[in-house]
Each structure stands twice: as structure tokens, then as C-alpha cells.
Design a binder for this molecule. Structure first.
Ligand code: ATP
Ligand code: MG
Length: 321
């Protein structure tokens, strides 16, 4: 079995990504699993090229420092030629209606001027990501399920029309973990692409900055501490973060602390210690561009080689070359 998971460099990696995704990838990753930094997917809306390039490198360093074996990670744009070719093959397999039906496209394009064509076609690139690597399981949230269904339909259609090339993938639900909320606005989840970063704890934030962000976390005026996610989301978020860092349950964590001040100090301490090795490891890699480049090229070469026979078979069967 082989799984494929990606992270888009739409911003800096935060503690939500770390607890909800990276940590799991490290714990549960199988031999054939692959992880990638999906920088091409970050180009479907207005973007800054230099910033995107820097963020992609940074995310690669963070994934490696988090403990994902370097040989199982690649940066999507390093396979731009292979993925570009396979995307074309799959666009010639998909219908316009299939792409236009995608809910995410409808939502993201609604009322926008100058919508990039790539916003419409990116699910086909995502199908290429999956089918090139022969992944059979793709762990995704609800927002990406429809895209994996498209990849599944295209694999079946291609195999049935031209010949068996692709593994038919399926979407699997990642284990449900706590959705970490924005510390400054507990009504919304913590996100990479949030403009105001006051409530977002980034993996590469310095300890003092983490402490400041946690101390300023929005809570409520009540004096008792109890775990009530519906009524007291700000407090519940802090309890969940501390629980995730320490392996306890949020209810237990609530019982162990008596005031907001004390709880926030404990959260800050735990987050700082949890992230310290990741930050230090990532910074060491980023300070050694030659080593990061070496690791990056090796990962890309492996991923390209792994998909090459599928790409060549697909091109041959569809009548190219
Ligand atoms: P964006 O704002 O660009 O959507 P994001 O922070 O939501 O960024 P994604 O790239 O959408 O991050 O997701 C990467 C992984 O991190 C996914 O597995 C997702 O489930 C997980 N993740 C994202 N945000 C959180 C969060 N707040 N809490 C827990 N897990 C999260
Ligand atoms: Mg997201």
C-alpha cells in the first residue's frame, strides 16, 4: 500500500499543521508513502514568485526536520516536466464539465475577476500527482475528496480506454484530530494563509514570540478552567494544544491548572519544547543550502524514477511519440 500526502506552501507551517499532519506522517508513514511540497498548487491564485520559492524550500526543511525520511519527500515543481506531461494526458481524458463541476472551483472563483485557468484545471494536476506515483490511498479532508474522486474516475477511464497503466486511488479520511484554532480568533481554524499572524504559532517562530502569542490568546472572563469546546472555544483550544503536546486528554489538562496565567505558561512551555528540535533542525538545513539542495535533488530523482514507467506507458498508449 502506498499513500501520498502534500502540503501547499501558501504560508509558513504552523502548529496546527504540525500536530494535525506532520507528526502523524512521521508516526504512521509506511515504506512506500510519499510526501511532497505542492508548490505548483500555490500558483492558481495571485502569488509572489520569490516568496513562493522561499516558502517551498522552508517547508521542505521543516518536513525533514520533523522526522519524515528525506528520501520520501519531494518538491512538486522538481517534477514539473513529468507532471506537466501527465496533466496533458489526463486533460485529454477528462471532460470540461467534470472540471467545472468541482465545488472548490465554484467557491474560489465566485465573484472573482481574472480567475486563472489553472484554478479550474488544478484538480487534473492533482490527479497527475497521485497517478504518476501509483498511490492507492490519498488521505484528504472533505474539501479535497471530490478531487480524489476525479483522479479515481480518470484512472479508470484511461485504463479502460487505452490500457492498464494507473493504480485506481481512493480517498481515505485522515484520523480525526483536534482542529487547532487561531489563538487571536478561536472562531476560525489556524491557517497558513491567514493574513494576520498574531494568533498563528509558526513552527519556526522563536520561543519568545511563541510565548507572546500564547499569552495574548483570546479566551473568556470566567475564572474556572473546564473543557467546553462549544461554549469556551478559546480555552478549549489551549487545552487541546497542551493535551496534544503532552499526550493527555483536554479534560485532564483542565484539572491540572488553576488559572489562565498558569495554563498559558504551561502551553507556551510545552509548545516551545515540542517545536525546538524541529526549528533547530530546519534552521540548520536552511543555513546549509548545498546540503538542502542535495537532499532535495535526491528526493526528486527518486520520485521521478518511481513514476517514469507510468508516464511513458501513458504517453505511448494515448498515441504520443
Ligand atoms: P491554507 O490556509 O493554505 O489552506 P492550512 O494551514 O489550512 O493552509 P493545508 O495545506 O490546507 O494547511 O493542510 C495541510 C495539513 O495540515 C492537512 O493535513 C490539514 O488537515 C492540516 N491542518 C491544517 N490546518 C490545521 C489545523 N488548524 N489544525 C489541525 N490540522 C490542520
Ligand atoms: Mg487548508
Amino acid at each position: 500500500m502506498s499513500r501520498l500526502s502534500g502540503i501547499t506552501p501558501s504560508g509558513h507551517v504552523h502548529i496546527g499543521n504540525y500536530l494535525g499532519a506532520l507528526q502523524r506522517w512521521v508516526a504512521e508513514g509506511g515504506e512506500d508513502d510519499l510526501y511532497f511540497v505542492s508548490d505548483l498548487h500555490a500558483m492558481t491564485t495571485t502569488h509572489n514568485p520569490a516568496k513562493l520559492r522561499a516558502l517551498a524550500g522552508e517547508q521542505l526543511a521543516v518536513l525533514i526536520a520533523a522526522g519524515i525520511p528525506a528520501e520520501r519527500i519531494f518538491v512538486q515543481s522538481d517534477l514539473a516536466r513529468e507532471l506537466g506531461a501527465l496533466t496533458w494526458v489526463l486533460e485529454c481524458t477528462a471532460s470540461f464539465g467534470e472540471a467545472a463541476r468541482m465545488i472548490q472551483f465554484k467557491e474560489k472563483s465566485k465573484g472573482q475577476a481574472g480567475v486563472r485557468l489553472s484554478l479550474l484545471t488544478y484538480p487534473v494536476l492533482m490527479a497527475a500527482d497521485i497517478l504518476l506515483q501509483g498511490a492507492d490511498e490519498v488521505p484528504v479532508g472533505d474539501d479535497q475528496r471530490q478531487h480524489v474522486e476525479l483522479a479515481r474516475a480518470l484512472a479508470r477511464r484511461f485504463n479502460g480506454t487505452y490500457g492498464e497503466v494507473f493504480t485506481v486511488p481512493r480517498a481515505v479520511l485522515p484520523p480525526t484530530g483536534a482542529r487547532i484554532r487561531d489563538l487571536a480568533d478561536p472562531a476560525r481554524k489556524m491557517s497558513k494563509s491567514t493574513r494576520d499572524s498574531a494568533g498563528v504559532v509558526f513552527v519556526l517562530d522563536e520561543p519568545e514570540l511563541i510565548r507572546r502569542k500564547v499569552r495574548r490568546a483570546v479566551t473568556d472572563g470566567q475564572s474556572t478552567l473546564e473543557y467546553r469546546p462549544e461554549d469556551r472555544p478559546g480555552l478549549a483550544n489551549l487545552l487541546e494544544i497542551l493535551a496534544a503536546c503532552t499526550g493527555a486528554r483536554p479534560e485532564e489538562v483542565a484539572r491540572r491548572h488553576t488559572s489562565y496565567g498558569e495554563l498559558k505558561d504551561a502551553v507556551a512551555d510545552a509548545v516551545i519544547e515540542l517545536l525546538r528540535p524541529v526549528r533547530e533542525g530546519a534552521n540548520a538545513l536552511l543555513a546549509d543550502p548545498a546540503e538542502l539542495d542535495r537532499v532535495r535533488k535526491a528526493g526528486a530523482a527518486r520520485a521521478a524514477e518511481r513514476g517514469e514507467h507510468r508516464l511513458q506507458s501513458a504517453l505511448r498508449l494515448i498515441g504520443a511519440g
